[in-house]
Structures are given as structure tokens and as C-alpha cells.
Design a protein around this ligand. Structure first.
Ligand SMILES: [Zn+2]
Length: 195
């Protein structure tokens, strides 16, 4: 992933330092920041045109971490999710996909929280899977799991959090945009044993 050193780690990457320099009054910082924004916006368009929706979505999410609420990025995110069949669209029976963060609680590190980021897919057949595309966890944890039909014992939603209890695979907490989380909740609920 060529963008890694540009956009992450979030607090030690080229964009972070360019913003810090610009905020400190450096014209060079502002120039570099603009170059990075133009480059990444181009990458998003390129990946999208290549139908690499996960790649494009992952850059959009990284950029949103720097510019939350940016209208262009939010528009790109919605377009990508629509193309992925998530975010409220999609034909009945088709797989629904959502960009989410998965929470890790590292008990060996005093309950420290970390996240990996990826795609939650709810298949029309009741199979639910999560595919990590990027991790923000210092331990490098990046989960790629499939929950077979009927294995989800319980699904709960609380604001932007989706909680799954899965047979033999434990508890999973996913976070995403409010609309995505409620769409994912509605898509999974018919396949869960109780909710
Ligand atoms: Zn994870």
C-alpha cells in the first residue's frame, strides 16, 4: 500500500507533519499538505475507476480522520458505499457491504483499545464476514473472519456501535457511520438467533 507513509500512522505520517507545519505558520507545510490532498484525491478516483472499492474507501476513511466532515470526502464515501451495495442501496438478496472499524481490547496491555479497519459483508444467504484491510493496532492484529449462517447468537446496536455474539468465535464490536451501522443491524437481524 503506497499511501501508508503518507496517511498513516495517523500521528506520524507525511500529511500529519505537513498539517502541523502549516498550523505552525510554514508556507511549505501548506504547499505539501495541498500536494498530498491532490495526490490522494487522485488516488481515490483512480482506484474507484478500477473498481477497487476497498482501496478507495480505505483512503477516504484515512482522509476523513484528518478532515472530518469534509463534504467532498463524505460524498466520495457515500458513492463508494453505494457502489459496494451498502449504505442503504442494493437489491434484495444481494450482499451488503459496509466500511467499519473493529475494536480490539488488549487485556495484556491493561485493556488498551485499538482498532482494525475493513469491510463487513452480509451475504444474502446469511453468511457474515469481516475482512480487515488496514490495522491501527500496534500489535498488528488485522482480523479476517467468516461467521457462517446461524452462528450469530445475538446482534445489538447502540448508536454507531454494532455488537455481535458469535458461536465459538466470541464477541465482536464494530463501529461505523450511523446509517451504515443501522443498515448492517437490519441486515443481520433476520439471521441472528435472538436480538
Ligand atoms: Zn480487528
Amino acid at each position: 500500500m503506497g499511501q501508508n507513509r503518507i496517511l498513516e500512522p495517523h500521528n506520524d505520517c507525511a500529511l500529519y507533519w505537513a498539517i502541523t507545519a502549516r498550523q505552525g505558520g510554514s508556507p511549505d507545510g501548506a504547499t505539501i499538505e495541498n500536494q498530498i490532498i491532490n495526490f490522494e484525491m487522485g488516488q481515490i478516483k483512480l482506484l474507484y475507476s478500477q473498481r477497487n472499492l476497498e482501496g478507495a474507501g480505505s483512503i477516504v476513511n484515512d482522509m476523513l480522520a484528518f478532515y472530518p466532515g469534509n463534504p467532498q470526502l463524505l460524498q466520495d464515501k457515500a458513492t463508494i458505499e453505494q457502489a459496494s451495495g451498502g449504505g442503504g442501496g442494493g437489491a434484495p438478496g444481494a450482499a451488503r457491504r459496509f466500511l467499519v472499524n473493529h475494536r480490539h481490547v488488549n487485556l495484556l496491555r491493561g485493556g488498551q483499545e485499538a482498532y482494525c479497519q475493513g469491510t463487513l459483508t452480509i451475504g444474502g444467504d446469511g453468511t457474515v464476514s469481516y475482512y480487515c484491510t488496514k490495522t491501527f493496532d500496534p500489535t498488528g492484529r488485522c482480523d479476517r473472519v467468516t461467521f457462517p449462517k446461524g452462528s450469530i447468537k445475538s446482534v445489538k446496536m447502540s448508536g454507531t456501535e454494532l455488537h455481535l455474539e458469535v458461536d465459538h468465535q466470541g464477541n465482536w464490536d464494530f463501529f461505523g457511520a450511523g446509517n451504515d451501522i443501522s443498515s448492517a443491524y437490519q441486515a443481520i437481524t433476520p439471521f441472528a438467533a435472538k436480538h
